[in-house]
Design a protein around this ligand. Structure first.
Ligand code: FE2
Length: 322
């Protein structure tokens, strides 16, 4: 719940500002002032309000990283990651992901999106709760080095020059340095920031490492990163349609992501889409009812009471989601 107006104590001092989400600490503070809220003082917080409040926290973390070269890890661990964890278990995860695809404040949305998607993959790979938290945190911090890249380059509406692209690529090195010099963050997270643009075939950056040289968490975050970047709106590009991204990842068109992690991701993200309405390439509108493990981007779709198994229908595929 959040308060729907400013809450003052008897001396007229502001205790809780309007629209602030109430934490246990706030409630204790209010009670210390002898203030007890009624139903008229509060309103429910929607999940998208919560996402927006997380984006604000993320902006502060990036600002601190930019200005002081370190990460306030307690804020990340105690405030941001619990919200992302809550989002990841929310029944409207699909709505949250769509909200995170907007171009406004992209780097912050992307950090949350990659943390969420990395957790989905970790879950599909049967990670323990402890590993899932680690992976989400590493995913969240993967692009922290972008705090050191000028926003004129990050948000440039056109194609980057070669020199500008070289500067963008340095975010991996900056991220590694920032995480390494921050107190309390496991070293593995620094490697994820450093390696998430490395590719299985050695075609990535900054070092052109081959698959066997790259940390497993980095490979997971790479899959989440590619997907979220492709489906997102940016100032310089329209989003690639959801299905097209899945298909290209499935066909290994990006060719450079770890195949079993990619397949686990595709299954999991399609599971999230069960119940969603889709338009098929033959123009029919239906609902996704089942997703197979071997060909998750060709699910079973219910159209007017009959079931079409797209894995057997080579002429028809998903066109777009509604
Ligand atoms: Fe990156």
């Amino acid at each position: 719940m959040r308060v729907n107006k400013n809450i003052y104590n008897k001396q007229g001092i502001l205790v809780i500002p309007a629209l602030r989400a109430l934490t246990d600490i706030d409630i204790a503070l209010l009670s210390g002032h002898g203030i007890f809220l009624s139903d008229q003082d509060v309103e429910p917080i929607t999940i998208l309000d919560l996402v927006d409040s997380a984006i604000k926290e993320v902006r502060q973390v990036f600002d601190i990283a930019k200005n002081s070269d370190h990460i306030p890890f307690a804020t990340v661990r105690d405030k941001i990651i619990p919200i992302i964890l809550f989002m990841s278990n929310h029944p409207n995860l699909n709505q949250i992901l769509v909200h995170l695809e907007n171009y406004d404040e992209y780097v912050y949305r992307h950090s949350i999106g990659v943390a969420l998607l990395s957790k989905l993959i970790g879950k599909a790979l049967d990670f323990s709760d402890e590993q899932l938290l680690e992976l989400m945190t590493a995913g969240f911090l993967h692009d922290i080095g972008k705090s050191k890249v000028p926003s004129a380059i990050l948000n440039k509406p056109g194609k980057l020059t070669k020199e500008e692209y070289e500067i963008v690529k340095k975010h991996t090195l900056y991220g590694y340095d920032i995480i390494k010099s921050s107190v309390g963050i496991p070293e593995r997270h620094a490697y994820v920031a450093l390696q998430h643009h490395e590719r299985e075939d050695g075609s990535g950056y900054p070092f052109g490492l081959k698959g066997h040289e790259v940390d497993g968490y980095s490979k997971i975050v790479a899959v989440a990163d590619v997907f979220h970047a492709m489906v997102s709106k940016r100032v310089y590009k329209l989003p690639v349609p959801f299905y097209q991204v899945l298909k290209e990842m499935s066909d290994n068109a990006y060719g450079r992501l770890e195949p079993s992690i990619t397949l686990s991701f595709l299954k999991k993200i399609m599971d999230v889409m069960i119940g969603n309405t889709v338009v098929l390439s033959n123009g029919c509108v239906g609902k996704i009812v089942r997703v197979g493990a071997h060909d998750p981007v060709q699910p079973i779709v219910e159209v007017n009471g009959s079931y079409i198994d797209l894995s057997n229908e080579h002429e028809i595929h998903l066109e777009r989601f509604i």
